[in-house]
Design a protein around this ligand. Structure first.
Ligand SMILES: *Cc1c(COP(=O)(O)O)cnc(C)c1O
Length: 392
């Protein structure tokens, strides 16, 4: 015989159906972490009337809880958008856009400097799903019109490319696309939605890797797709549901927790990165600094025209007299800068890239090394780079 509770039910039933309900009216700043797969309905009629696409109510954990709805609303606000859908990573957000807007027989245009896995995904869509892909020069601007075909449905842009840092002419690409009824999706991760007002420049779909600045802790993978047009949002929701791209509410909470400091952190990354980029620009070891705010960066004039700030991520090309073994020694000799992918956290990172292997049309000489400037004191980071130059 199972032990009974005071209400004369078995202990298991008593624990599962506990009658205690916490009092209403709790007030605090954090958004509650609402975990759920099952969401409860008052009665059958309410269940039948529910619509999972309607974010004024709840239907199932996959479609969100108050925690994820709140993050979506705040991200839409940052980008001056209206709708937002969360995904389990930035790459899943890219996949969601492709799945929502492309089908067998369609054509998609992707910048040649796109985030690597975006290219890899496009290759897979092309080999296995009958979607034609062309890569375009990120500096193409309005000449992209000549690449648009009858079956082109989507143009990706990245502002700027996150390794070689070219800044595209987003308004020109959008104008050419819209003249032919083609959608433009922008990977806006570098600017965190703070330094580039992408919808104002004509973009239809904004993708963010929240893994970077929004999380800010190097501890969460998450992505978002933000739109203004409800019809576009509905297509994204359908694909999101069919792919089952749910997010964990503990992770959503971590992003929500760091969101209030997003702009302050971003501005601090920007200030420090620009100081270091300018210092590197005067160094004999460096051939070229690829930071959009510096004149040597392709697309610098467009950055000046369209952006109100810069991220903490930039690259350099070493002078061609340095071999890869030497630049590897430079990276290995850094003490504060750690070696690792991703960016946007408090810790500075450094990664060498074999850019000549990534890009068919790469003309520049010199080894490319990418820096993510964290939130350490700028002088200490410069001292660290200086000693690594000496060790090289
Ligand atoms: C990191 C990154 C992504 C992908 O984000 P994940 O969360 O790591 O999948 C996409 N685009 C850019 C520009 C990125 O830097």
């Amino acid at each position: 015989m199972s032990k009974k509770t005071d209400s004369n039910r078995g202990l298991n039933t008593g624990i599962i159906h506990s009658e205690y309900v916490a009092p209403q009216g709790f007030a605090a700043f954090p958004v509650g972490i609402h975990h759920a797969s099952t969401v409860l309905f008052e009665n059958v009629a309410a269940m039948r009337a529910s619509n999972w696409q309607d974010k004024s109510a709840y239907t199932y954990g996959l479609h969100g809880t108050p925690t994820s709805f709140t993050l979506e609303a705040r991200l839409a606000e940052i980008e001056h958008g209206r709708h937002c859908v969360l995904t389990p990573s930035g790459l899943a957000a890219i996949t969601l856009v492709d799945m929502a807007f492309l089908q067998n027989g369609d054509h998609v245009l992707i910048p040649d400097n796109a985030y690597g896995p975006n290219r890899d995904l496009a290759g897979w869509l092309s080999h296995s799903f009958g979607i034609a892909v062309d890569y375009y020069d990120p500096l193409i601007g309005s000449r992209i019109a000549s690449l648009i075909r009858e079956n082109t449905r989507l143009i990706w842009a990245e502002a700027p490319g996150s390794v070689s840092m070219e800044v595209p002419d987003v308004p020109a690409i959008c104008a050419a696309a819209h003249a032919r009824g083609v959608l433009v999706a922008l990977d806006n991760t570098w600017s965190a939605g703070i330094a580039l007002n992408a919808f104002e420049h004509g973009v239809d779909i904004i993708m963010q890797a929240l893994t970077k600045y929004q999380s800010g802790g190097s501890d969460v993978l998450m992505g978002a797709v933000i739109t203004r047009d409800p019809a576009l949002h509905t297509r994204l929701l359908m694909a999101h549901m069919r792919l089952g791209l749910g997010v964990g509410m503990d992770d959503v909470y971590l992003v929500l927790r760091n969101l209030p400091t997003l702009q302050l952190r971003f501005r601090a990354h920007d200030q420090s990165a620009r100081q270091i980029a300018n210092w590197l620009d005067g160094r004999p070891e460096i051939h070229r600094v690829l930071h959009p705010a510096l004149p040597a960066c392709p697309g610098h004039e467009l950055w000046k025209r369209d952006f109100s700030g810069a991220g903490g991520l930039f690259s350099v090309l070493f002078d061609e007299r340095y071999s890869e073994a030497q630049t590897d020694r430079f990276v290995d000799s850094l003490k504060l800068f750690k070696i690792g992918y991703s960016w946007g956290g408090a810790h500075s990172l450094c990664v060498p890239y074999r850019i000549q292997k990534m890009r068919s049309d790469w003309q520049e000489s010199g080894i490319l090394v990418r820096f993510n400037i964290g939130l350490e004191d700028t002088d200490d980071l410069i001292t660290d780079i200086e000693q690594a130059f000496a060790a090289m």
